[in-house]
Design a protein around this ligand. Sequence first.
Ligand SMILES: C[S@@+](CC[C@H](N)C(=O)[O-])C[C@H]1O[C@@H](n2cnc3c(N)ncnc32)[C@H](O)[C@@H]1O
Length: 259
Amino acid sequence: MTPLTNLTIDIEHGMVSWTHDGVTESLPMGHPRAFEMASHAWMRCGWDVKHVHSFTWMGRPIIQLPEDVVRLQELIYMTKPDVVLECGIAHGGSLVFHASLLQAMGRGRVIGVDVEIRPHNRKALEEHEMFPHITLVEGSSIAPETVAKVKSLVKPGEKVLLILDSNHSRDHVLGEMRAYHDLVPVGSYIVSCDGIMEEVCGGPRTQPDWSWNNPITAAKEFAAENPDFVIQYPPFLFNEGVVARPVTYFPDGYLLRVR
Ligand SMILES: C[S@@+](CC[C@H](N)C(=O)[O-])C[C@H]1O[C@@H](n2cnc3c(N)ncnc32)[C@H](O)[C@@H]1O
């Protein structure tokens, strides 16, 4: 989504008003689109205060929006992967998160790839209760030797859930999709993180080219060249409200393999 230019929440009258792409709209707070727009404004505030840099999972920092963490939990429980392959480790909290779910489910393991696994992060992960379920691979995720190493760790027929959270430039994400998509079977997903870059473009710590140089453009180009994959959010597994779309840092970030 292109950035909102303004948003007003009138709690007294229960109305939300905003301007987006030059069009001004106003809807009751209970309307799903009003919630969606207020959420976009909240996520932009969250970007500015680095909200996602304030969480841990079992002691390790996890740089994710909690809403996305819960949705990933739903996806992992729904798809029951043999391997969660994540590019981009940082402090390792996301690897520990995947591993804790897989341990609870009694199946599966995690492979994490990062161009640089800092010694203190590696040590903390190696000492972690979840480490028996985790394999670390150091190297650029699109380097041929890294791709070969990762593929040697996956057995034929194993169901891989691929999560891309490393370098978020269009070319890099597209390169990761091209390199690893064949590991993802029908019914599983590629999750391409942080397409939020497009809508926070212009805010602090952003670059002007984020409006196009981002994981969304990579996902669209990959889906266009590979009809085995469609951009599609996983279904809500429970919804007694009227929320229509997930609140997420991963817009257009779920690619389902359909054939
Ligand atoms: C956003 S952080 C990952 C956050 C982590 N997945 C989490 O949820 O806590 C991005 C990571 O990608 C790594 N990275 C950057 N370029 C990379 C590349 N070419 N190949 C693999 N990893 C890369 C960085 O070193 C950094 O640790």
